[in-house]
Design a protein around this ligand. Structure first.
Ligand code: ZN
Length: 248
């Protein structure tokens, strides 16, 4: 677990705003926040992703979590989708237009959207300002990820500092997955919400870059894109650890 922001104090308030895309990581983050804060709101961003599957998954995951976990349902607050299509138009990557997903000339995957997480955190902080929420929870992770520079703990810490200065109030950015592997993210879901949360993650969350929803043991997806690969690999590692008792 990591905590970034200007100080290392516990979330402070009893409210948090989760950057919630409807994927595996942000589903784990939502559960993590529901376990800790009295009020948890969610925000999603529509930046012209090629597929709407992700945005649909948000509603499905939220609804099923509320239905399955009554204690969490009481804490789960509003959801908002912020329209950032103008930003998607500036960034023009494989996630927002029909481009092959591969490693580009810059050495970064073509799915890299420049500045995306900084933009999302800034928009979330602005929304939090309106709602009186200063703690943001986000699923950035620098472990076994695709090398996105804006997922690094340093980037997040610097963003928290810039936002705290620029908004003149302390903005805390919690990134519970920062140092977890994908296998450990499955284990975290299990720890927080048992088999039911694992089932919700498998059946309702969406990670596939291509927006496909073919059923697999680890969830719905194309099974071939980098996001599906990462998710499947994490699932298999976690299952293997669980089977051997190492994860117990
Ligand atoms: Zn896929």
């Amino acid at each position: 677990m990591s905590r970034t922001g200007q100080n290392g104090a516990q979330g402070g308030g009893t409210a948090a705003l989760v950057l919630f895309s409807g994927g595996q990581d942000s589903t784990a983050c939502l559960a993590w926040a529901l376990d800790r804060y009295d009020r948890v709101e969610t925000v999603g961003f529509d930046y012209g992703q090629r597929h709407a599957a992700e945005l649909k998954a948000r509603e499905a995951v939220r609804a099923r979590i509320a239905e399955t976990f009554p204690e969490w349902a009481k804490r789960l607050g509003r959801d908002e989708t912020v329209d950032l299509k103008g930003y998607g138009a500036i960034s023009e990557t494989a996630l927002t237009r029909e481009t092959r997903i591969e490693i580009g000339e810059s050495g970064l995957p073509t799915t890299f959207v420049p500045g995306r997480n900084i933009m999302f955190l800034t928009a979330a902080a602005a929304l939090g300002w309106r709602r009186g929420v200063q703690t943001l929870v986000a699923g950035m992770c620098e472990t076994d990820f695709s090398g996105y520079p804006d997922c690094r703990a340093d980037t997040i810490a610097a963003t928290a500092k810039a936002l705290s200065l620029g908004l003149d109030r302390e903005i805390l950015i919690e990134t519970p997955l920062m140092y977890l592997t994908k296998a450990q993210t499955w284990a975290l879901a299990q720890e927080l919400g048992g088999d039911e949360l694992v089932r919700i993650t498998v059946e309702d969350s969406h990670t596939c870059y291509l927006g496909e929803r073919h059923p697999h043991p680890w969830g719905a997806g194309c099974g071939r894109c980098p996001a599906c690969h990462l998710r499947a690999k994490g699932w298999q590692e976690w299952r293997a650890e669980t089977a051997s008792g190492a994860g117990a």
